[in-house]
Write a protein that binds this ligand. Structure first.
Ligand code: ATP
Length: 299
């Protein structure tokens, strides 16, 4: 079941294409990584879903209904350019954001207190945003995004500005929110976060969709079956097609081989030395990203 279906979406800024024929299904209750190099069209897509700008053509369905104004209260959007009122206190600001999303004032107070405590920002509740550090303000913005309990959370670079401890805290919050059944669309250039968090990914380049699907399926499709072997070598006369890195008496070898079984590769390598470790490397999302973008740029 998809919470969001995007059908043949097109958007141009004058002559400049930002989205061309994008069709995507965002499965409910999963974390969906929206990836692509700078200028690919990600922000444009996110803005269209949030009804900040309109598409030229194509359709978006939210929960199986045509996307309408009233769906906005079911969406939480953390934009890359953060927008807090600098002169307002943390507490008043969060109450304000909760109220404009339709939450009663009693519920707003209880939710604000809950989140301030959960993200350890309670001590700053009466400070103005301009008095906060960047990371602290980011936490407040994160709370403002999730305070109304959205069904779909759209996070654009949610980790920027956070130190590693707070980035891990936000990552755990995102996973907890997902566990509660919320769908999350995550746009980030941090591929480590994509590996840690995403169940599905889509890759856009120069306004076009290059690939999309469950992360395991994407990896399986782009798996070139690279075997990684660490050897204590007694012969260094390796075939030229192998990538080899030597460090003291150990040699690491990568063999790309899609026709031979692991046993066959292993017995081929064994004659060069004592095998210390052997495994099949799965491609990382970063490798797939770079390869696909380069191929599409040159194709
Ligand atoms: N308001 C605008 N007017 C004209 N062109 C725009 C506008 N906004 C975006 N574009 C163009 O549309 C294309 C897609 O931009 P978009 O901001 O959606 O990319 P992005 O994937 O979010 O990039 P980044 O990772 O750098 O944030 C780019 O070529 C960009 O120059």
């Amino acid at each position: 079941m998809s919470i969001l279906s995007i059908l043949q979406l097109h958007k141009y800024y004058g002559e400049q294409a930002a989205l061309e024929d994008i069709s995507l299904d965002i499965p409910e209750g999963k974390i969906f990584g929206l990836l692509g190099p700078n200028g690919a069209g990600k922000t444009t897509l996110i803005r269209i879903v949030n009804q900040i700008i309109a598409q030229d053509s194509g359709e978006i369905r939210f929960d199986n209904e045509p996307l309408e104004r009233y769906h906005i209260s079911k969406i939480g959007y953390l934009p890359e350019e953060r927008g807090l009122y600098k002169k307002m206190t943390v507490y008043d600001q969060l109450i304000y954001f909760a109220r404009i999303k339709g939450i009663s004032s009693r519920e707003a107070r209880s939710k604000v207190n809950y989140w301030l405590d959960k993200l350890s920002v309670g001590a700053w509740r009466d400070k103005k945003i301009e008095e906060l550090s960047k990371g602290m303000a980011q936490k407040v913005q994160f709370i403002a995004t999730v305070i109304h309990g959205p069904k779909l959370l759209i996070l654009d670079e949610p980790f920027s500005g956070f130190d590693p401890v707070n980035a891990a805290l936000i990552r755990d919050e995102i996973l907890e929110i997902k566990e509660s059944g919320v769908t999350i669309m995550l746009s980030t250039h941090r591929m480590d976060s994509v590996e840690q968090l995403c169940d599905h990914v889509a890759l856009i380049n120069k306004s076009k969709l290059l690939l999309h699907g469950a992360i395991d399926a994407v990896k399986a499709t782009h798996d070139e079956r690279v075997f990684e072997v660490v050897l204590e070598a007694w012969s260094l006369d390796f075939p030229e097609s192998w990538r080899v890195v030597k460090s003291s008496n150990l040699v690491t070898i990568w063999v790309a081989q899609d026709r031979m079984s692991a046993n066959e590769v292993l017995s081929g390598v064994m004659k060069y030395g004592e095998v210390k470790s052997f495994g099949i490397l799965r491609p990382s999302i970063e490798e797939i990203f770079i390869k696909q973008v380069k191929a599409s740029d040159h194709g």
